[in-house]
Ligand binder design. Structure first.
Ligand code: SAM
Length: 399
């Protein structure tokens, strides 16, 4: 995720009140929110329905009194008696348990209270966003913010957080943030769509038109490198899509991952040498590298997305990309150079490029490349540094 201060800094510099801003990979909406605070009319697109929920929840108009009354209602109510998931459809996608039975009971109780009466759109959105974070916190997923794995069996037995306590704590924090959040002057809209078909996704949401600014931070590599990205989102979506009014948010982890850049590898092994010739300046891995087809597919998808993005920018409009050089299959992927070359072919002029240290990094500085292969753990190439710098590229559309 792009750091909030960077989104704010760049918005202050490049976003003027009244401009239209598009973030085609909007994620949790940091860029959109920063743009809207400067008075822009912002549209975000993301394949992940959770992203669209978060953007809507972050930019909704709230009555603090209504939120406090809702919180009291949850705090005071004895959660309905356990029905062990009978009233909550978690889908059939997962082969292993991600929640304890107690966690399921409590989340089901919270859902019953939320659905017990008609709720305003604002309450539905915030309850959905908070319940999603609650589901993540009470699940068996490791909580150290790095790759998303299930905690081991012995720790699962001891893992007994109360979903009601977590939900109430998080809802309280949300209320206090809403009370003191800077005023959002512009608008924010989030569309569930695929950037490879950006025009169609925007048209389906009645958002066709030429944007003044595109400001975005795409994924820095294929989704398979981000362990359980779709998987974790779909676990949360399977819980919150039980809220009346949020049923449409259900999406399987496989579907999310497949739609992400590089998610569906259709590059045939036979075309690998040709792809290698095209892309080896950006990624030096050989065609025999086990990541090669994924990387080629990812770069082909990003190229397609750039082409679609280019079509949505007005003449002299600006495009701001924040990217980094992720290591895939042992080699750095020079995404900044790739984006620069693709956009220059599309008649965008690079006005400014600089790099800086990634601040408040959540990843470890070094990871073990062969952590799962005991025999290679002592191999000298096992410990590799992760991304430490981000690149900011600012283009202008010249034709
Ligand atoms: C680096 S994150 C963006 C983070 C965002 N800038 C923020 O700070 O919250 C990349 C996002 O791109 C989305 N994404 C990946 N492939 C996509 C595609 N083909 N179309 C639209 N969004 C996609 C992912 O779901 C993810 O939310």
């Amino acid at each position: 995720m792009i750091a909030d201060p960077l989104a704010e800094e760049l918005s202050l510099e490049f976003v003027r009140p009244g401009v239209s801003l598009l973030d085609p990979f909007c994620g949790a909406g940091r860029i959109l929110l920063a743009g809207a605070r400067n008075g822009a009319n912002c549209v975000g697109v993301d394949v992940n329905p959770l992203a669209s929920l978060l953007v809507q929840a972050k930019s909704a108009n709230y009555s603090v009194l209504e939120l406090e009354e809702f919180l009291c209602e949850i705090e005071r109510s004895a959660l309905p008696r356990a029905s062990r998931g009978k009233n909550m459809d978690l889908g059939t996608e997962r082969k292993v348990a991600w929640f304890s039975e107690d966690a399921i009971d409590e989340m089901e109780g919270i859902l019953t209270i939320i659905n017990s009466k008609a709720r305003s759109k604002a309450i539905t959105l915030l309850a959905g966003a908070v319940l999603s974070a609650t589901a993540r916190e009470v699940s068996y997923c490791r909580n150290d913010r790095w790759k998303l794995h299930r905690i081991p069996a012995n720790r699962r037995v001891q893992h007994k957080p109360s979903a009601k306590a977590v939900f109430c704590r998080r809802f309280k924090v949300a209320i206090s943030e809403i009370k003191y959040e800077p005023f959002v002057m512009g608008n924010c809209k989030a569309v569930v769509g695929d950037c490879k078909n950006l025009k169609a996704s925007l048209e389906a949401a009645n958002e066709s038109g030429q944007f003044d600014v595109v400001f975005t931070s795409p994924p820095y590599g294929d989704s398979k490198t981000t362990v359980q990205y779709g998987g974790m989102s779909s676990i949360c979506l399977s819980v919150i899509s039980n809220i009346n009014g949020l049923e449409h948010l259900r999406m399987s982890g496989k579907e999310i991952d497949t739609r992400c850049l590089g998610g569906r590898v259709s590059v045939a092994q036979e075309s690998a040498p040709f792809m290698h010739d095209r892309f080896s300046v950006y990624w030096r891995g050989a065609t025999s590298n086990s990541a090669s087809l994924r990387v080629y597919q990812y770069l082909s998808d990003l190229e397609k997305a750039c082409l679609e993005i280019a079509g949505q920018v007005r003449r002299h409009g600006q495009v701001i990309f924040v990217v980094a050089r992720r290591r895939v299959g042992g080699w750095r992927l020079h995404l900044d150079c790739f984006v620069e070359d693709v956009l220059s072919k599309l008649k965008f002029e690079l006005r400014l490029k600089y790099d800086r240290k990634i601040k408040r990094k959540l990843l470890p500085c070094k990871v073990q490349r062969f952590a799962r292969l005991k025999s290679l753990r002592k191999h000298k190439g096992n410990t590799v540094p992760t991304m430490s710098r981000e690149f900011i590229l600012i283009f202008e559309k010249t034709n």
